[in-house]
Design a protein around this ligand. Structure first.
Ligand SMILES: [Zn+2]
Length: 133
């Protein structure tokens, strides 16, 4: 997969986001405006990494069982500039969706800042739908 190109290097709409809402600016005010549900959710944070020749996105995926707003606000002082999110029906669905995205974005060797494969919650018996970890 080609990640950088002259035409889309600042694109805010990578194709993997199709089921998510966003991207939105990662600010207090925007979070308060767009997040109005405290159910389980997955989210993606993105920052621009610049090299002398080009800029490209690095992303972090996370999930929460409740209070996405509070979770996102924990990243306000970070390098991440935009966020996307998707509400899901259960904590299990949140884990599975996070795993699916982890594989889609090819982990730390691909586009992600996440160093480790997602882990289930303590006591949660569930497997990654892609690699059965
Ligand atoms: Zn996996």
């Amino acid at each position: 997969m080609q990640l950088v190109g002259n035409n889309d290097r600042y694109s805010l709409h990578p194709t993997e986001d199709t089921e998510m809402e966003g991207p939105f600016q990662l600010t207090d005010c925007v979070i308060d405006t767009v997040i109005n549900n405290t159910g389980p959710a997955v989210f993606l944070l993105r920052r621009i990494e610049e090299t002398p020749k080009y800029a490209h996105y690095r992303a972090l995926i996370g999930r929460t069982d409740s209070n996405l707003s509070e979770m996102l606000k924990g990243w306000l002082d970070s390098n991440y500039r935009v966020f996307s999110f998707q509400y899901v029906e259960s904590t299990e669905a949140a884990f599975r969706q996070q795993c699916t995205m982890w594989h889609q974005l090819e982990g730390p060797d691909g586009k992600l800042d996440n160093k480790e494969h997602p882990e289930p919650n303590n006591g949660q018996v569930i497997q990654c739908p892609i690699c059965s970890t």
